[in-house]
Design a protein around this ligand. Sequence first.
Ligand SMILES: Cc1cc2nc3c(=O)[nH]c(=O)nc-3n(C[C@H](O)[C@H](O)[C@H](O)COP(=O)(O)O)c2cc1C
Length: 211
Amino acid sequence: MSIADIRTDYRRQSLSEQDVAADPIAQFTRWFEEAVNAAVLEPNAMCLATATPDAYPSARMVLLKGFDARGFVFYTDYRSRKGQELADNPHASLCFFWAELERQVRINGAVQRVSRAESDAYFQSRPLPSRVGAWTSHQSMVLTDRSVLEQQLAANETRFASGQVPLPEHWGGLRIIPEELEFWQGRESRLHDRIQFRREAGAWVKRRLSP
Ligand SMILES: Cc1cc2nc3c(=O)[nH]c(=O)nc-3n(C[C@H](O)[C@H](O)[C@H](O)COP(=O)(O)O)c2cc1C
């Protein structure tokens, strides 16, 4: 079969202006719960797009670890490529695809570091190997060989044998403060439903976009 012949017709549901909540965070909460209940694989996996100040983009998957009216939080190594790009150009785009529900959510906004207290609370909730891993990997740096990583891991396992692992200076959360959110529901004949929220003069304005 040719790639060009792979296509799915979306017919499960629809999304009207009346269906969506007045507040996009309430709407995201509703859809996220539905994704969890539908046993979507890694429902909190999202594609994060960043860009350099001269607009060269890059994208990768990260895991959503919390959201509320303030925004959408993920954790990473601040020294990584994404961390550097967000330090230099603090704007990002997130994209979720929940295939089982034929839904996509896009979120754009400015990015801020979360507080150290918030990062520490999350870091300390992680399993020990993940906490040790955050000290072991200098994310996005070139490695000459995997054995270098394994040697650093062995050294850190000894160093943190007590199980007490402090939050590394270089590691923590980033929050995307939404300015624009779009809820996409696949429909038949590619005539999908798209409801977009934009923050305008401090209020959320809702509108339908053409598929
Ligand atoms: C499903 C999935 C979830 C991931 N979650 C994270 C995450 O929460 N934080 C993170 O730093 N990297 C995560 N990664 C790894 C990133 O995709 C990426 O490889 C890494 O962060 C380095 O990206 P960068 O060089 O652009 O900074 C995840 C990868 C996958 C496939």
